[in-house]
Write a protein that binds this ligand. Structure first.
Ligand SMILES: Nc1ncnc2c1ncn2[C@@H]1O[C@H](COP(=O)(O)OP(=O)(O)OP(=O)(O)O)[C@@H](O)[C@H]1O
Ligand code: SF4
Ligand SMILES: [Mg+2]
Length: 385
């Protein structure tokens, strides 16, 4: 499959944000080697699969069925790099996040963190991974314990990992300051903060243990639009200052546009297009990516051209219990032909296609389509009505 291609194409070109951290942070222990030190990608996911078996009643019979939530996806994240994981509801983004953080275990495939295979580590062996890989959750209301003060919420991970012993309070106050909250509010409860402030507490909690990779699962989608930009700016600032790697999960491409170095577009448990941000936004090759982009309101402005066509996706996403044969997008694709129902298109570079070779620049860009478009006149519909 494509992991080799991904390795070849990503090479050591990961975004370099090695500027000195402007934010006070305890120096990592020497045993916690970074991806740059080891030459390894920080995270390498290969053919990851998560099937959920279940039973359902059909007529008078109980039958077994399987939800194919994640079905063979591969990608790589390097230190300081940000990958956007984008797709419609139910395509497997959160399941992927839970697998990487090992809150769940894959059905098949491998997850390597700093060169170490963590796919089947037991709970007792996951201590270091729990520190290195942190999550920021979608809902800032339910992800914080309402009975604990902010001080308790932020000092608990420090105690669990034996960090800043005897100086936990100072570290908690430092964390509050880091995320733009008043350090004097250490004894307040989550209910005494707004949604945006609560999400800042969630971010502080993720940062408390000095992680290397943060998985942010739709961290701003539950917030008011006016607050979303503030939280996004905070995340970008922290990412750059602390040289963090990010996986940023989002429903639409607009949200991750300014935040990510690379983007993986998911559809029904598969990655259908994966590449450098510039490739995905300026020359999308997969019809699904084109449709998602055409719904992004700012694309016309960004490309400086007048709108020509809006692609409207018809119908719902099919069930992951019984996905379409061949290409899973074919039931909604305006370009589908017979082969699309018969053969599943592999995730490949269009450069591999002789007819397309030389028509675009290098860099990571893979898509899974029998009829990729190297150049498209796609533009978004301007919200003029
Ligand atoms: N524990 C589970 N048991 C059975 N099915 C599950 C389970 N967890 C997730 N699924 C199914 O797997 C599919 C992918 O779910 P997932 O939550 O990963 O999607 P998502 O892309 O995060 O969606 P959203 O954007 O709505 O958060 C869905 O069809 C979901 O119903
Ligand atoms: S493989 Fe066929 S159905 Fe799938 S996206 Fe490409 S053209 Fe459409
Ligand atoms: Mg989700």
């Amino acid at each position: 499959m494509t992991q080799q291609q991904i390795d070849q194409q990503t090479g050591d070109e990961g975004t370099d944000r090695t500027g000195a951290a402007a934010v006070p942070q305890t120096a990592p222990e020497t045993s916690r080697k970074s991806g740059q030190e080891t030459g390894q990608p920080l995270l390498k996911v290969t053919d990851l699969q998560r099937y959920f078996p279940f039973r359902e009643v059909q007529g008078l019979k109980m039958v077994r069925a399987t939800v194919k939530a994640v079905d063979g996806i591969s990608f790589t994240v390097r230190q300081g790099q940000t990958l956007g994981l984008v797709g419609e509801s139910g395509c497997g983004k959160s399941t992927t996040s839970r697998l990487i953080t090992r809150l769940d275990t894959p059905t098949a495939g491998t997850i390597e963190f700093q060169g170490r295979d963590i796919t089947h580590l037991k709970e007792s062996e996951l201590r270091e991974i729990r520190r290195d890989v942190q999550m920021i959750f979608q809902d800032p209301y339910s992800s914080l314990n309402p009975r604990h003060t902010v001080g308790t919420i932020l000092s608990t991970p420090l105690k669990v990992h034996g960090l800043h012993q005897g100086k936990e309070k100072a570290r908690v106050q430092e964390l509050l300051e880091l995320v733009g909250l008043n350090p004097e509010h250490i004894n307040r409860y989550p209910s005494e903060f707004s949604g945006g402030q609560r999400q800042r507490i969630g971010i502080a909690r993720a940062l408390a243990v000095e992680p290397k990779l943060i998985i942010a699962d739709e961290p701003v989608s539950a917030l008011d639009v006016s607050i979303q930009a503030q939280v996004m700016n905070l995340l970008a600032k922290l990412r750059d200052e602390l040289d963090l790697a990010f996986i940023f999960v989002a429903h639409d491409l607009g949200v991750v546009r300014h935040f990510c170095d690379q983007v993986a577009v998911m559809y029904l448990g598969k990655i259908v297009e994966y590449g450098d941000k510039k490739k995905i936004y300026e020359a999308p090759e997969h019809p699904y990516t084109q449709a998602l982009l055409s719904a992004a309101p700012d694309i016309n402005v960004a490309r400086g051209i007048a709108p020509k066509e809006r692609i409207r996706l018809v119908g719902d996403v099919p069930s992951p219990i019984d996905p379409p044969s061949g290409c899973r997008f074919r039931t909604r694709c305006w370009k589908a032909q017979d082969i699309c129902a018969q053969q599943e298109p592999p995730l490949l570079s269009a450069q591999a296609d002789e007819s397309l070779r030389g028509k675009r620049e290098g860099g990571l860009h893979l898509q899974a389509c029998h009829f990729p478009e190297v150049k498209t006149d796609l533009v978004a519909e301007v919200e003029s009505a």
